[in-house]
Design a binder for this molecule. Sequence first.
Ligand code: FE2
Length: 390
Amino acid sequence: MWNIILNIVVDATIIHIMIKSNQEQKVDFLPLLGTDYVEIYVSNARQAAYFYKTAFGFQSLAFAGLETGMKDRESYVVVQDKIRIVLTSSLQSESLIGDHVQKHGDGVKTVAFWVDDATEAYHKTIEKGAVSYMEPKTEEDAHGSVVLSGIRTFGETVHMFVERKNYSGTFLPGFMPWVTPEFNPEPIGLKYIDHMVGNVGWGKMDQWVNFYANVLGFSQILSFDDKDISTEFTALMSKVMSNGNGRVKFPINEPAKGKKKSQVEEYLDFYEGEGIQHVALATDDIVETIHQLKTRGIEFLKVPDSYYDSLKDRVGDIDESIPRLKELGILVDRDDEGYLLQLFTKPMQPRPTMFFEIIQRKGATSFGKGNFKALFESIEKEQELRGTLV
Ligand code: FE2
């Protein structure tokens, strides 16, 4: 009897140790509190800020430039709920910002993560093989202090770590509040960044998947091969990386061989390198958000009307009116956990590079695999018009 009890106690202890060691293995060494901001280098930040406010319903938040002691750049920060976008232009001909815009056109330079300890985040990622962009630096003003550090990722894109627990200012030291009481168009229901997608070169997807896994502690949550994402003419592959708490998700695409040039190749050609392909903005009411965006002049990819003929068979019952979704061109997909609605803008700048996705999740945690074919055929139509589907 005592033997049995002893065995049970020993077994329970072993199980406990096993569970504990599993838990320890899963400890998130880089806890990210969320996306702090996304910085886009543009040729005219002042006009871009006006566009993001007018068309996307962002609000003025902060400004940095000559008036705040910044000699080489001008930055406008716009905000909508948890989304902060920084639009930055150079004030000089010879500058890294100007070089970036010259080479890539307007594009995302920085995806900044909100962390509790930017010094630790920097040292831990550097230890694991990250290339430094900015060593930890404390910046202060009358509202407290912020610690900033940064590492490089694909192309010329960087990740900054922002520690702001000792700061109560509007955005960051060096910025002043940007107040425009006479001009703040209504927000349109955008809530947070759902995910951001990186386009990397031929055969480079796994290298960058390993970077997010090993250096930032992300896990791969989904994978699509060229059979999942292909049309008659073009193909791509994608793996979706997520951080420990799921607040930051990074699908990474690479081109795959098809009969013609895929959208990822077109991006790589025009961006002249790897970079952020799209930023997905979440809304709680996609019908209203898309309606607002369309009335404010934003153009979207269009799928054929026939997409809606079989929609009910594909996705079952949904809360939204299918005729209304068809009218606005909104796409729907279902997975085991629920469904999602999504739509993609046309590129945001003259080069066919960065664009936005508007997404509403109703339980679904996936990325709209059921829409890939219709979407990519729609993208090919656009490529054909641009003469790049060759
Ligand atoms: Fe997406």
